[in-house]
Write a protein that binds this ligand. Structure first.
Ligand code: SF4
Length: 191
């Protein structure tokens, strides 16, 4: 397992492009900001078949597009295949947040991100999933390292979440009140 790093620094090679899997605008904002400041050329990949219902998916996508316009970076949008995602987490529906369902969910999205990096000829990718205090970064890393080119970045570090709150307010980004899937929505309602 690779060691956690404070930030990603490019090696001044000709290819500084990195594909950033992004779950939502509040997480994408400080993550993109940090990567750009470290000299990376960021392309956002919105791949979130886990989000339910579709209207919610569209709200989060719209906010990510608004952010990308502000930062002047490209967004690539994956198809929304919620049925395939449900198949990937079958049998884990009752798992609590941070449990086995979430790990399968990370793997599902990161596998699609890896596929996209290959299609685009990009060598490296990472994810905004480590920013949320509701997600365990080491579990995200475990899922990511199953795929070549995954770069470990803990966006929680250095006040990442506080910066997310600041940027969300400043840019009026949509902030959801549940993680994304129907099971997390139910969990949120019960709590
Ligand atoms: S709670 Fe969030 S991370 Fe966990 S399975 Fe649902 S959408 Fe994925």
């Amino acid at each position: 397992m690779k060691k956690e790093t404070d930030s990603i620094n490019t090696d001044n090679s000709t290819n500084s492009r990195i594909l950033l899997h992004s779950c939502c605008a509040p997480c994408a904002a400080p993550s993109s900001e940090r990567l750009i400041k470290s000299g990376n050329s960021v392309i956002v990949f919105f791949s979130n078949s886990n989000i339910y219902p579709h209207e919610e998916y569209l709200k989060r996508l719209e906010s990510v597009q608004k952010l990308a316009e502000h930062l002047n970076i490209e967004v690539i949008v994956d198809s929304w295949d919620h049925d395939a995602w449900l198949e990937a987490v079958r049998g884990l529906e009752d798992e609590p947040e941070k449990g086995a369902r979430c790990k399968a969910c990370f793997s599902f999205n990161l596998q699609r991100t890896k596929k996209k990096t290959d299609e685009l000829g990009i060598d490296r990718f990472t994810t905004t999933l480590t920013l949320s205090p509701h997600k365990v970064s080491s579990v995200v890393f475990e899922s990511g390292h199953a795929f070549e080119g995954f770069v470990e970045e803990n966006f929680k570090k250095n006040d990442g979440f506080r910066r997310s709150l600041e940027l969300s307010k400043e840019l009026s980004l949509y902030r959801q009140n549940y993680c994304g899937c129907e099971f997390s929505m139910d969990e949120n309602r019960k709590s």
